[in-house]
Design a protein around this ligand. Structure first.
Ligand code: C2E
Ligand code: CA
Ligand code: CA
Ligand code: CA
Length: 279
């Protein structure tokens, strides 16, 4: 079919049609998911390499779909971004994370950091800072335990805006992490004037360890540069002992990955924390 322009035109036209219909249905479903409380947060622990303590958790969105079961964010966040629905969904995520953070404090896990992902579109919502301010004020949390994860592209699109927003939120106590580091185009030195305390090395580099010498060099360079800028480093996607050992030797501060724990439901996180507290 590829060699026949006529056929291939119809083929793509058909695909386009299907995908627009699919997109609209997905959006309608998402809207009712938000209203109907089908969205849920999963929590993945982050472990301090020096002390082996759980330093915090990343909050990861899941959709408990009535017929499809548990759906991961890669399947619906792009549609939520395109439709703008990511903005109300994102505020719901922050609200829910703050509620759980408060519960953790009340349960006797006081120092646990809760990290929340902020996408490009959320970050550029005009009401972002005031809405986040209202959410954390109502939640009555220790704001130094709330961390927002942003990618380089969200921050570099409009550096002046990013600087203003990050400073405002940082003054309230909120800290920032640079997510998926290494995959974008900017360098850490471009970002040094922003209040970023943490860099997360993208899992693609961690998972290439042992297969590519470049991955080793890149990870070494990121860790040493981040440390020289007084930033901590979390490596994502750590699945094996070998990856862990390499990262330990490089003085990476924290790791997050299936090796220690997968993202889990709230009840499972509470059990996980209790078990670790006892041992
Ligand atoms: P991310 O921010 O890079 O989150 C880390 C992803 O890596 C998660 O995928 C996590 O389950 C996965 N992961 C962690 N450890 C391992 C490992 O050892 N091996 C492998 N193969 N994967 C690991 P998840 O939960 O599917 O989330 C995918 C992406 O969706 C996230 O990537 C983030 O960009 C986005 N996302 C998730 N929740 C939210 C949210 O509340 N708001 C926004 N805007 N984006 C979100
Ligand atoms: Ca993240
Ligand atoms: Ca990431
Ligand atoms: Ca990612």
């Amino acid at each position: 079919a590829k060699r026949d322009p006529g056929t291939s035109y119809r083929f793509y036209d058909h695909q386009l049609h299907v995908s627009v219909g699919h997109q609209l249905r997905l959006e309608a479903d998402l809207r009712s998911a938000l209203r109907g409380r089908e969205l849920e947060l999963y929590y993945q622990p982050r472990i301090d390499l020096a002390t082996e303590e759980v330093r915090g958790v990343e909050c990861l969105l899941r959709w408990q779909h009535p017929t499809r079961g548990l759906v991961g964010p890669d399947e619906f966040i792009p549609a939520a971004e395109r439709s703008g629905l990511i903005v109300p969904i994102g505020y719901w995520v922050i609200e829910q994370a703050c509620k759980r953070l408060k519960e953790c404090q009340d349960m006797g896990f006081p120092g646990l950091v809760f990290a929340v992902n902020l996408s490009f579109r959320q970050f550029h919502d005009r009401k972002m800072t005031e809405t986040i301010f209202r959410i954390i004020f109502n939640a009555n949390i220790d704001t130094s335990l709330l961390e927002l994860e942003l990618t380089e592209s969200a921050m570099m699109h409009d550096p002046d805006y990013a600087q203003r927003c990050l400073r405002e939120l940082n003054q309230l106590g909120i800290s920032f992490a640079l997510d998926d580091f290494g995959t974008g185009f900017s360098s850490l030195s471009n970002l040094q004037h922003l209040p970023i305390s943490l860099v997360k090395i993208d899992k693609s580099f961690v998972q290439a360890l042992g297969e590519s010498a470049d991955a080793e060099h890149i990870i070494r360079a990121i860790i040493s540069l981040a440390h020289s800028l007084q930033m901590s480093v979390v490596a994502e996607g750590v699945e094996t002992e070998g990856q862990l050992e390499f990262l330990r030797q490089q003085h990476c501060d924290e790791i997050q990955g299936f090796y220690y724990a997968r993202p889990m439901a709230w009840e499972d996180l509470v059990q996980f924390l209790n078990r670790r507290n006892q041992s």
